[in-house]
Design a protein. Structure first.
Lengths: 113, 112
């Protein structure tokens, strides 16, 4: 079965420091991978996706993610965190051959001033 | 605004009430979804409509009843809910052949 795991419930990082939010996946076939961000009392907003091509994907708000096939990971990164990046981050994988997306449990990112 | 609008934003209802959640999208997408978001749980896919036909129902209790009258509108009718149904209900839309969803801001439902 297709699945995605976010091993950390919360990540704390100081403003200006690099941040990483982890995601691993399990799919049969080629994965379609996504990151979404959710601010308080809002829906999920699309950040970036990996479908094919370059393993380093750049997205909105300075975020990027690295697809690593051997480690089945798709970690979200940003070189310098902002307090305004504090939010809930979801990794998702598209179920191969269907329209369904499987989401992780989310990781709360807290950037400290 | 993302192009997907959900109303109301907040809803408090008793267990014997009947209410409806509304979702509207003006993106020209041809698929719409209802998700349930509870704390510390993965997003739970409830219903999928593609081209206005329900194509998926993930064993959701019958007290939740979806309706998709056209490709731009999606409803979730609620009746005799339980307190454990309290959650954020998210609507999303997508277009066949494109990747990713567009989500609405959600309806925060509290069942008392």
């Amino acid at each position: 079965a297709q699945s995605v795991a976010q091993p950390e419930d919360q990540v704390n990082v100081a403003e200006g420091n690099p941040l990483t939010v982890k995601c691993t996946y399990s799919v049969s076939g080629n994965p379609y991978l996504f990151w979404y961000v959710q601010y308080p009392n809002r829906g999920l907003q699309f950040l970036l996706k990996y479908i094919t091509g370059d393993n380093l994907v750049k997205g909105s708000y300075g975020f990027e993610a690295e697809f690593n096939k051997s480690q089945t990971s798709f970690h979200l990164k940003k070189p310098s965190a902002l307090v305004s990046d504090s939010a809930l981050y979801f990794c998702a994988v598209r179920d191969t051959g269907t329209y369904k997306y499987i989401f992780g449990t989310g990781t709360r990112l807290k950037v400290l001033a | 605004e993302t192009g997907v609008t959900q109303t109301p934003r907040h809803l408090v209802m008793g267990m014997t009430n009947k209410k409806s959640l509304k979702c509207e999208q003006h993106l020209g997408h041809n698929a719409m979804y209802w998700y349930k978001q509870s704390a510390k749980k993965p997003l739970e896919l409830m219903f999928v409509y593609s081209l206005e036909e329900r194509v998926e129902n993930n064993s959701v209790p019958s007290r939740f009843s979806p309706e998709c009258p056209n490709s731009s509108h999606l409803f979730l009718h609620l009746h005799t809910l339980q307190p454990e149904d309290s959650a954020l209900y998210l609507c999303a839309s997508s277009q066949e052949g494109q990747y990713g969803y567009t989500f609405g801001s959600g309806t925060r439902l509290t069942v008392v």
